[in-house]
Design a protein around this ligand. Structure first.
Ligand code: NVA
Length: 303
């Protein structure tokens, strides 16, 4: 790990991304290690959560730790009190902070003003815990990463960003199909391309879903309206209307492709009614793997 925190997939070197997948696999195989024995965690969530909250709470307990859930209304990060004060106070009581925030900058402030690990449980910029669970899921279904084509259809958002860096780290090609204005942020692209150059994989952007999905091993989509963008909902539903992943689009993928979605899934918008239960869908494996991947990350941070 680059530092004390896990705020981005880029906090892991490319080799460490692969090692983390192995560690997650060992967790899933039933590791009984309890590296968090006696440790206390604050789960600081500005946005709603099902998978992240439950998988972190269960995982922390399984590793021997305990946690306190703090919602937006409990804390008022940056409104009731400055992020810096929240960080400095929590630093006196707990051993780690798991935070889901609107602005990635909030995570950096929490990190700068604490001596304990801060884990990104989703920000506007990245969702690195999701990406690590996704890499475990891809490896389970595809065996290896080398030369795989991962097609992400829709918004170049936090989930796409973390996944692109993870894919580039392990030598899988990543292609995003999105409207031009919804490509991934420049700094993410730069990091992904830097890693892809070393792993000899590709990071691509195309405008049409069919082009991205052609011969893909993995077809991935996520909501068109991420948390924090609710006021753009009407506009986004229009802009993305041709980016739905449905049974006809995935006919262009390899016959043994897998369909992935980090959920919540909005059936009828980014994904057709039938795709979640499509024979090639692995979305519930992804959800389960959040637990194993996050346990691996926590075990590593506290090793
Ligand atoms: N991109 C979505 C992911 C939800 C888990 C969001 O940020 O709302």
């Amino acid at each position: 790990m680059r530092g004390k925190d896990f705020l981005s997939v880029a906090d892991l070197s490319s080799a460490e991304v692969l090692q983390m997948v192995c560690k997650a696999k060992a967790m899933k195989a039933g590791s009984t290690a309890r590296p968090l024995e006696g440790k206390q965690f604050a789960l600081l969530f500005e946005k709603p959560s099902l998978r992240t909250r439950v998988s972190f709470e269960v995982g922390i307990r399984q590793l021997g730790g305990q946690c306190i859930y703090l919602s937006k209304d409990d804390v008022g990060l940056g409104t009731r009190e400055p992020e810096e004060d929240v960080a400095r106070v929590l630093d006196r009581w707990v051993d780690g902070i798991i935070a889901r925030v609107y602005s990635h900058r909030s995570l950096e402030i929490l990190s700068e003003h604490t001596s304990i690990p801060v884990v990104n449980a989703l920000s506007d910029l990245e969702h690195p815990c999701q990406a690590m669970a996704d890499m475990l899921t891809i490896q389970e279904h595809k065996g290896s990463f080398d030369g795989l084509r991962v097609a992400f259809v829709g918004d170049g958002n936090n989930v796409a960003s973390s996944l692109s860096i993870a894919c580039a780290s392990v030598g899988a090609d990543f292609v995003l199909a999105s409207p031009r204005e919804y490509r991934m942020p420049a700094q993410v692209l730069e990091e992904a391309k830097r890693r892809a150059a070393v792993s000899e994989s590709a990071i691509e952007w195309v405008e049409t879903p069919a082009e991205a999905v052609k011969d893909a091993d993995v077809v991935y989509t996520d909501t068109w309206v991420s948390m924090g963008h609710e006021n753009e909902k009407a506009e986004r539903l229009g802009v993305f209307r041709d980016y739905k992943v449905d049974e006809s689009l995935v006919k262009g993928a390899k016959s043994d492709f897998v369909f992935m979605h980090d959920m919540p899934a909005y059936r009828g918008q980014e994904v057709s009614e039938g795709m979640i239960d499509h024979p090639r869908s692995v979305v519930f494996d992804q959800a389960e793997n959040r637990l194993h991947a996050q346990k691996a990350i926590l075990a590593e941070l506290f090793s």
